[in-house]
Design a protein around this ligand. Structure first.
Ligand code: SAM
Length: 832
């Protein structure tokens, strides 16, 4: 299942053989060590459903299915601020594409990477090149190296093409408040964060330099800084950790990571005036990229072929619906929510959308948005208004599995009744509800225009499959009474906007749901399918079209009770198929303590760097219980601070926020330094436009090269040096940190974009405070230096000294001089 339980190629085949290890299914093939290309891409039920479920005509199905069984191209996206992304893209196009394009293999030209035309600015690329070619031809191997280095630096994100689509439909504008409800591992969150920051860099530059600007051109209310916020959430503790890793690299101070079940995401309190009603945060935009069966990922996920069962989708419908409800509750009036899955199953898609809109009160409350004008280059198919629902029936114990296709709830009920009389041992999924079926005809004004949803299939532009629906909240909503799927006593409260689900209710649900924890359920289902698919093949064929013999198309019945369009309350179910209600590992306590605006150490730092008084001093936080400035100081935006301070003691589980701005510089004699705090690569860009002291300009490529290949180039206070214009400026500078600015410039010796680095002035040397991997990536990007050797005479000297000390049989561990201590990345060094 997509959402943490099924994984990609890394785990392929593992789960599929679970039954075999347990002694069942002894003849099954162990595919765990087989190459992906050798594993049959066949699954009778999977194919039967999509062939016959009214998705597309036969001709198109054949094209779709052929594509589904082929390998997925690799794809990547240039990330970061627009100007940086475009500059890195240019390096890629000019340096690598021409060499790659000239390669031939087996007499044929090799297809080079191509820009995916559906996305603007040639920022998204895919490539089909086979591993063999990449290994064999140096131009590809070099390009691969560039890709790996830039992915590690965060300038390139390796992301599936279809997965990049949903954020584009959210239409996020800089400064908006956005929630990503199911965000891990975080590739879409990264896209959303980039959108929230939009043209921030230019705005801040204007504001800081007091350059006259056109206020129409952006929000200058916080001196050009983005006033928006992204909350990226995931229920799974470990996956939330992956999310932190991914978004941390963006260095955005307006980003919070939380760990909650999205279906009961707590309301976020905001300050309210005394005596006034409590205020809660509402979002301009919400992405609900929900956990799903993931059958649209079959081109890269062997599990889909080996384990697909209709119960995957049926089991998730309710959780998906509850997440969508909660999202709609938290959305601002006029706000937009994108619901997406990488599943093709309408039970997880159109059925969820229809149930949600009905439960909210229909089209006048929540409306599907027509999106043909957005991403016009994206080839897509309209959402379905008619579909069949697939289920398997089996005898108790799971044997004798048969597939059934139902066109309506009524047809399902009739069949179920028939079986109850004629074959009482045979049962269907208890997750079959009226809500998973297509709606019957309704008056035009009541009809939900599901054709406005978007379906992307593999054959349309050589991608995976995806479903996207864009919803706009037209009016305040009250969710209709929630009723359980299978007659379990259900909570009767209506859930109101502006209030979190009461904790007791949430707990009750968790307890109920724990009985059917999805992970337990999945392993049961897996065992069933392994044991029984073989038996289904021997079942009498009730439909001559299907060689596999086990799918029965239940005859459509006319609706029994006429229109079902107004029966939202009956369809809506509170009982959920939770994925991970238990965090996947123990939560550790995180502290977020803000420093007072008049903190004297912050004041000293600001003074040292000449930071403009317009740069806020009240948004710095530390991550220890006592709120002490011990080691690292983080910066956050104003709204981030409000959200954290108002809600951290209300039970909200914050996992991450803030960008590291200052780090204490550990040396033996900090008193001899005026400012023993150093600027940090992560936060330096945010502060740089506002600083007026300790600014060093680097104007030549040669100087930057020297500073990159040598960790501690010598620079005495007097006498000759080799650091050109940077050396001249640094020679008389008192020890401590500084900003080294590099401005974008044209020409051979020019720089492709603006850069700023922390540069430490020691009494006898300097140190560009960039870790080894980033140095290497920068050398490759700017100088096409493939295997640079980074000189570090301090480390060499320290190693030499350690060796001598060892030879002298001294305990070098205890006696090592802290002033010559070298950390692996070369950033913790004081003075040699
Ligand atoms: C399809 S993945 C999201 C992918 C992500 N949007 C991205 O682009 O990287 C679904 C995620 O939902 C999470 N999840 C599952 N149940 C959830 C719940 N009840 N609340 C919040 N997140 C949930 C899973 O842990 C998983 O990370």
């Amino acid at each position: 299942m997509r959402g943490g339980h099924r994984s990609g190629n890394r785990n392929r085949g593992r789960g599929a053989f679970r039954g075999g290890r347990g002694g069942k299914n002894r003849n099954a093939r162990d595919t765990r060590t087989e190459p992906w290309s050798n594993i049959p891409r066949e699954n009778m039920f999977f194919e039967s459903y999509y062939r016959r479920g009214i998705f597309m005509d036969e001709h198109e199905f054949e094209a779709m299915w052929k594509s589904m069984a082929s390998d997925l191209p690799n794809s990547f996206r240039f990330t970061g601020t627009k100007s940086d992304a475009l500059a890195v893209r240019e390096i890629f196009k000019k340096r690598y594409i021409p060499n790659i394009t000239s390669v031939t293999f087996d007499g044929e030209p090799v297809e080079p990477p191509r820009a995916v035309s559906a996305f603007p600015d040639e920022l998204v690329w895919d490539m089909k090149t086979h591993k063999k070619v990449i290994r064999r031809f140096p131009p590809f191997a070099e390009f691969q190296k560039f890709l790996v280095a830039e992915a590690a630096s965060g300038n390139i994100s390796r992301q599936e093409v279809v997965s990049m689509i949903p954020p584009h439909f959210l239409d996020v504008k800089p400064g908006m408040v956005v929630l990503d409800m199911c965000a891990a591992p975080g590739s879409k969150s990264a896209q959303l964060a980039e959108m929230i920051h939009g043209d921030e860099e230019d705005r801040v530059k204007n504001a800081a330099a007091n350059t006259p600007f056109d206020s129409e051109g952006g929000d200058y209310s916080d001196d050009g800084r983005s006033t928006g916020l992204l909350i990226a959430n995931d229920t799974d503790y470990k996956r939330a950790g992956m999310l932190v890793h991914q978004v941390k690299r963006l260095n955005f101070p307006n980003l919070i990571v939380t760990q909650h079940d999205a279906a009961i995401f707590p309301s976020i309190e905001l300050p309210s005036a005394p005596g006034q009603r409590r205020q809660f945060l509402k979002f301009d935009r919400i992405l609900a990229d929900v956990p799903c069966s993931g059958d649209g990922t079959a081109r890269k996920n062997i599990n889909v072929w080996q384990k697909w069962t209709p119960k995957d989708g049926l089991g998730l419908h309710n959780l998906q619906l509850r997440i969508l409800f909660r999202g709609l509750q938290m959305l601002k009036k006029g706000g937009r929510l994108v619901y997406s899955t990488c599943s093709m199953n309408p039970v997880e898609n159109e059925a969820v959308i229809a149930s949600a809109i009905e439960a909210c009160g229909g089209n006048s409350k929540v409306q599907l948005v027509e999106c043909s004008d957005l991403l016009p280059g994206l080839i897509r198919r309209p959402g379905l208004n008619k579909w069949k629902v697939f289920d398997t029936s089996a005898l108790s114990g799971g044997q004798d599995k048969k597939g059934h296709l139902f066109t309506s709830w009524e047809a399902f009920c009739t069949t179920k009744e028939k079986f109850a009389k004629e074959d009482p041992d045979r049962s269907f999924s208890p997750k079959m509800t009226e809500g998973v079926f297509p709606r019957s005809e309704a008056a035009e004004e009541e009809r939900i225009p599901l054709e406005r949803c978007m379906r992307v299939y593999p054959h349309l532009q050589d991608t995976g499959a995806f479903f996207i629906a864009v919803l706009e909240k037209k009016d305040d909503i009250k969710i209709a009474q929630i009723k359980s799927t299978h007659d379990v006593a259900a909570p009767t409260q209506s859930t109101q906007e502006n209030s979190a689900l009461p904790e007791a209710l949430a707990l009750k649900r968790k307890l109920e749901d724990a009985d059917e924890d999805q992970s337990t359920k999945r392993s049961k289902t897996d065992d069933e399918s392994e044991e029984n698919i073989g038996m289904a093949m021997t079942e009498d064929d009730q439909n001559s079209e299907l060689p596999a013999s086990s799918v029965i198309d239940e005859t459509p019945e006319p609706p029994v009770n006429g229109s079902t369009a107004n029966k939202s309350a009956d369809r809506v179910s509170a009982k959920t198929a939770p994925t991970n209600l238990q965090p996947s590992s123990q939560k550790q306590i995180e502290y977020f303590e803000y420093l007072p605006a008049d903190d004297p150490i912050i004041a000293d730092i600001f003074d040292f760097f000449g930071v403009d008084k317009r740069f806020p001093r009240d948004r710095f936080l530390v991550r220890n219980k006592d709120g002490l400035m011990l080691n690292k100081v983080y910066y956050t935006s104003e709204l981030t601070k409000t959200v954290i301070t108002m809600n951290k003691d209300r039970g909200m589980r914050f996992v991450h926020c803030g960008v590291i701005m200052f780090v204490s510089h550990k040396i033996k004699t900090p008193d001899q330094l005026k400012c023993p705090w150093r600027l940090q690569d992560e936060g330096i860009k945010i502060l740089a436009p506002w600083a007026s002291k300790r600014i060093i300009e680097c104007t030549s490529k040669m100087t930057l090269y020297k500073l990159l290949v040598e960790m501690f180039p010598k620079l005495n206070q007097e006498g000759p040096h080799h650091l050109n214009e940077v050396g001249d400026q640094l020679q008389s500078l008192e020890p401590g940190c500084s900003f080294m600015k590099v401005e974008k410039s044209e020409g051979e010796d020019g720089f492709p974009f603006d850069m700023v680095f922390p540069l430490w002035r020691h009494p006898g040397s300097v140190n560009l405070m960039v870790d080894k991997e980033d140095r290497k990536a920068t050398l490759l990007r700017l100088f096409n230096e493939k295997d640079p050797v980074i000189k570090n005479h301090v480390a060499d000297k320290a190693a030499e000294k350690a060796l001598k000390e060892k030879e002298n049989k001294q305990d070098e561990g205890e006696k090592a001089d802290e002033t010559s201590h070298v950390e692996a990345n070369g950033m913790e060094i004081s003075e040699e």
